[in-house]
Design a protein around this ligand. Sequence first.
Ligand code: GN1
Ligand code: MG
Length: 369
Amino acid sequence: MTRDIVALLPHFRFEGKFEQALEINAGNINTTYHLIYRRPDGAKNEYLLQRINTYVFKDPVGVMRNIDLVTRHIERAYQAQGVDSRRRVLRVISTTDGALFHRTESDDYWRAYNFITHATAYDRIERPEDFREAARAFGEFQRLLTDFPAAELAETIPGFHHTARRFTAFQASVAADRAGRVKDLGPEIAFLNERRDMMSEVVLALEAGRLPVRVTHNDTKINNVMIDDATHRAICVIDLDTVMPGSALFDFGDAIRSGAATAIEDDPDFSKVGIDLTLFEAFTDGFLSEVKDILTPEEIEMLPLSAKVITSEQAMRFLTDYIDGDLYYKIRTPDHNLVRARNQMALVRDMEAKYDQMRAIVRKYAAKS
Ligand code: GN1
Ligand code: MG
């Protein structure tokens, strides 16, 4: 494997002498390597090399163009504030011919970034303060992009959080039953059918103009933010493939889904799965501290709902992929997607049970000046 990687390296503007490529097994979509180069003075230059999953991202050119525009915008914003942006934003390392990606003869798309050193992407929150920090970073990301023209961005995955359209796709998968798995899924399918209207509420409000369209991250999973090892500040938002026009509610909801849960999304012990209200509160606090003045009253009001919507949507996405025969997400066991779907359903149930408390928490921080 390393040999294949080594053949790619001369195509990029990496500096120093190549030493090592380590595969990073994070993320359910792309394939990622951490590259270590050595400079003549002995110091390290570190990079991230990634193969874009073109089953998921049909328009890798649009993806890279979006990322380049957005990261440059953020870099400029930090520079205007006098902030050292080197570890605060991803930068695309271009190819030797100046492109944003390298396309191989076998039609694979590879891209490279600066590596954010001395920082960790956590799959699970260990301390509420880290989650407040993550929230601040996602909120800041949103805030720094308020003056970015959303219309310039390609929709890299059309209808990514269009929950209503995803419901239609889910129904089509059930009808097609291409992997012959539907017969055992009565309770899971019923779970989603019962929540169809609730799940569509955010996207219908967006389409009706009751919620503003913003430039959003759309994949604010907790391991998509880097926490500094020394200071525990959230320093950099990563995984920018899905940055495109959307709703702030998608970002809030997905962060709660992944970060405020009492178990990771793959945990097969569903009795452990629930929402931790202390973490929900920490995130609400951190997020609103950055965006309270930007969000409309309707957006703030719908924040608790967004957590239920995105978690149900994620349950539906995992179940749809299981029904389709596991085409989209990387899996490690044959029933991995089913376990994930059931896990997310358990999380939705707990959010439903604690919904009034979630709403009270949001009201408290919205009122805080
Ligand atoms: C994927 O690549 P990763 O693991 O950050 C997915 C997200 C899902 C997540 C669930 C482009 O994110 O939408 O919420 O898995 N990304 C894409 O683990 O579909
Ligand atoms: Mg990721």
